[in-house]
Design a protein around this ligand. Structure first.
Ligand code: FE
Length: 344
């Protein structure tokens, strides 16, 4: 069996492949690592049959939708998942077949309603239901400590003690554990009475994960996080460096339109000499009158270099094929002490 564990910060993703058929399953991919997974799939000569999310992640952006789309593989989640892009939904006991690999889903609600673990031969992918030395938290949307207790003690922990445990997170660089080791040493599992366990989970008082809202928004709906929107926009435009712009504004033969997309006050306080003001919110409304020549070179700029990237994409879509974005924003320009014109 091909088996790869890919850590991204504390997140663990898994690529498993059948040696004979080259069919593969990717479990809990992270959006920022799509190129890495694709590289490994290619390196092993695998064909992605399924991409699985063990649950609706609240702490990072799932890459399932994106890699499923790129490699034409169904996105697999539990029946209770809210994600519209989950095209194959499993019930407890359902099995995925990838060549000679058999992955059986165990519905293990608690961390979330839609949590499941995947049993593959001698190992189980536990998602956030069981972690090494811990369990998933139960205080986030759809979490339920009673359900987690039942999932652990009535189901997952009844697997043979030698079963290898591969969790969706580990923050200490450990790759795996076993059911037996967790039963013996995992501090949370020492609360063997349901009431005790529930009381412990209810008093953990954990801080909310960063990106909670955005992660839920994107993972539950398939919408894009802002970072992905920007990354996609960056791939569709060319950039100009700040040094190049500095040289060009000193050159009188420069026939480029420098378009400052910030609000009026920011523009008035200091802009690149010769820049034209067109706030981003009015771009589509004023483009025909303000930029009559579609063949002109346009350089978009903004405070931090993000809005200008999105605007350059919009301009290219509107037919201004020489629209280019200033790398970095006017904040960096100002910081470097480059020339600015202020309005009186
Ligand atoms: Fe989680």
């Amino acid at each position: 069996m091909v088996f790869e564990q890919v850590a991204t910060g504390g997140c663990q993703s898994y690529l498993v492949g059948c040696e004979a058929s080259r069919a593969a399953v990717l479990i809990d991919p992270e959006l920022s690592r799509i190129d890495e997974y694709r590289g490994r799939i290619g390196q092993h000569g695998l064909h992605l049959r399924y991409v699985v999310d063990t649950h609706t992640h609240a702490d990072h952006f799932s890459g399932s939708r994106e890699i499923g789309r790129l490699l034409d593989a169904p996105v697999v989640m539990h029946q209770l998942s809210p994600a519209p892009h989950a095209t194959l939904r499993l019930d407890d006991g359902d099995m995925l077949v990838a060549g000679q690999l058999r992955l059986k889903a165990l519905h293990t609600p608690g961390h979330t309603r839609d949590s499941m673990c995947l049993l593959l031969g001698d190992r189980v992918f536990t998602g956030d239901t069981l972690l090494i030395g811990g369990t998933g938290r139960t205080d986030l949307p759809t979490g339920d400590p009673r359900a987690l207790y039942d999932s652990l003690f009535d189901k997952l922990l009844k697997l043979p003690p030698q079963t290898l445990v591969f969790p969706a997170h580990d923050y200490k660089g450990r790759s795996h554990s076993t059911i037996g080791a967790e039963l013996a040493d995992n501090p949370r599992l020492q609360k063997r009475q349901r009431g005790e366990f529930v009381a412990m989970m209810q008093t953990l008082d954990l801080s909310a994960p960063t990106h909670l809202t955005e992660a839920l928004r994107t993972n539950m709906t398939g919408a894009k996080p802002v970072s992905q929107l920007l990354a996609e926009a960056s791939a569709k435009v060319a950039f100009m460096s700040q040094g190049e712009l500095a040289e060009r504004i000193g050159d009188n033969s420069c026939d480029m339109v420098i378009l400052d997309l910030r609000e009026r006050d920011a523009f008035a306080a200091g802009h690149v000499p010769g820049a034209k003001h067109l706030p981003r919110g009015q771009l589509e409304l004023r483009v025909n009158s303000d930029l009559p020549d579609p063949t002109v070179k346009i350089l978009t700029c903004c405070e931090f270099g993000k809005i200008s990237t999105l605007a350059a994409v919009t301009l290219r879509e509107l037919g201004y094929l020489r629209a280019t974005a200033l790398e970095g924003g006017l904040a960096a320009w100002r910081e470097a002490g480059r020339p600015l014109t202020a309005e009186a």
